[in-house]
Design a protein around this ligand. Structure first.
Ligand code: ADP
Length: 337
């Protein structure tokens, strides 16, 4: 006789079209009934159009046929909201006091570090008016899929789930000229109406600064930790302090700070040039009462990889150092009572 575990194994092989994650990973399986050679599977139809539903049902029927003593199988779909299906274990926000400091880049690197260590990871690009995440991951020409009942995230080369305003615009260079409340609404929809499924980590690329939009995200998403990104100029120190204060006022623990564009390494001279001035990393870490996770150099390779949408190919000692530091703070946090 076929048992539930065997049916579950079959379902774990059935992929949601476009997302390339299984219906089990997307948490769509609502019920499995086995009765005298009859298997009945109930799935949520969330974010699945008719074509996707038919495709999935066909695959399930074909796979169940191969199970011992199964004569017939049926697949029923039921309506469930994406919000009720999503099981996101950790939400981490990446913020900066101002734009252009590499916040999106660091969001991407954090997601990559976690993904490379085997975690399932998504990126919610909450930088609605300046979304650069799809660009960094080569998703500029992708559009989000889905149906009336929800949106499906896009998927990067290595399998990170991504939702961004640019995946919804007819053209990636269309401008989003909206006021605060509308932007806030979209960000909430990215949390509630996107089928993220089961994720170990969702990394949120916050809008820059300390105004309305980042505040809305902080208030409406269950953010468990914040990473603050900055570059080593004098002006930055002031805006970083604002970001630190905002996180503290919102009672969001700061996991660490990242100094980006900290220096330029010139191998011919074996020299590190601090183009924007001396490092403020330790000073900012003290102000945030959190560790300095990384001092990232200005790396010409990184510019090329970002511009060609191949950020995921970045492999360097700096990436490993960031990854190690990140895991250290996360394991400390998880071991806290
Ligand atoms: P922000 O999100 O803070 O506005 P981004 O992360 O979008 O900034 O960064 C803008 C661009 O700056 C990136 O696409 C990349 O080309 C470049 N950049 C950022 N940090 C670095 C770095 N450490 N080395 C090289 N280029 C960088």
């Amino acid at each position: 006789m076929t048992n539930e575990a065997q049916v579950k194994d079959c379902l774990a092989q059935v992929m949601v079209p476009g997302v390339l994650r299984s219906i089990v990973d997307m948490n769509l399986v609502r019920g499995i009934d086995i009765d005298a050679g009859q298997v009945k599977v109930t799935l949520a139809n969330t974010a699945l159009n008719q074509e996707a539903q038919d495709f999935i049902a066909k695959q399930i029927t074909a796979l169940c046929k191969l199970l011992p003593e199964v004569e017939t199988s049926t697949v029923d779909f039921t309506e469930v909201s994406a919000k009720d299906l999503n099981e996101v274990k950790n939400v981490i926000a990446v913020m900066s006091g101002k734009g252009g400091v590499g916040k999106s880049l660091v969001t991407g690197l954090i997601a990559m570090a976690l993904q490379r260590n085997g975690a399932s990871v998504g990126i919610l690009d909450a930088d609605i008016t300046g979304p650069s995440i799809p660009w960094l991951f080569g998703l500029a020409d992708e559009r989000a899929g889905g149906s009336q009942s929800g949106m499906l995230p896009a998927r990067t080369h290595t399998g990170i789930s991504v939702m961004s305003m640019n995946l919804l615009l007819p053209n990636e260079d269309d401008a989003v000229i909206w006021r605060g409340p509308l932007i806030g609404k979209v960000i909430t929809q990215f949390w509630e109406e996107v089928l993220w499924g089961k994720l170990d980590y969702l990394i949120v690329d916050l809008p820059p600064g300390t105004a309305d939009a980042p505040l809305t995200v902080m208030q409406s998403l269950p953010i468990q930790g914040v990473v603050i990104v900055f570059t080593p100029q004098d002006l930055t120190a002031m805006v970083v302090r604002k970001a630190i204060k905002m996180a503290e006022q919102m009672k969001k623990p700061i996991l660490g700070v990242v100094e980006n564009m900290s220096y330029l390494h010139i191998p011919e001279m074996n020299k590190k040039m601090e183009l924007f001035g001396a490092s403020r990393g330790e000073e900012m870490a003290r102000a945030a009462h959190a560790p300095l996770l990384a001092r990232l150099p200005i790396d010409p390779d990184l510019v090329k990889l970002c511009d060609s949408g191949n950020l995921e190919d970045w492999d360097s000692e700096d990436m490993e150092a960031l990854s190690d530091a990140l895991y250290k703070v996360l394991s400390l946090k998880n071991n806290q009572p």
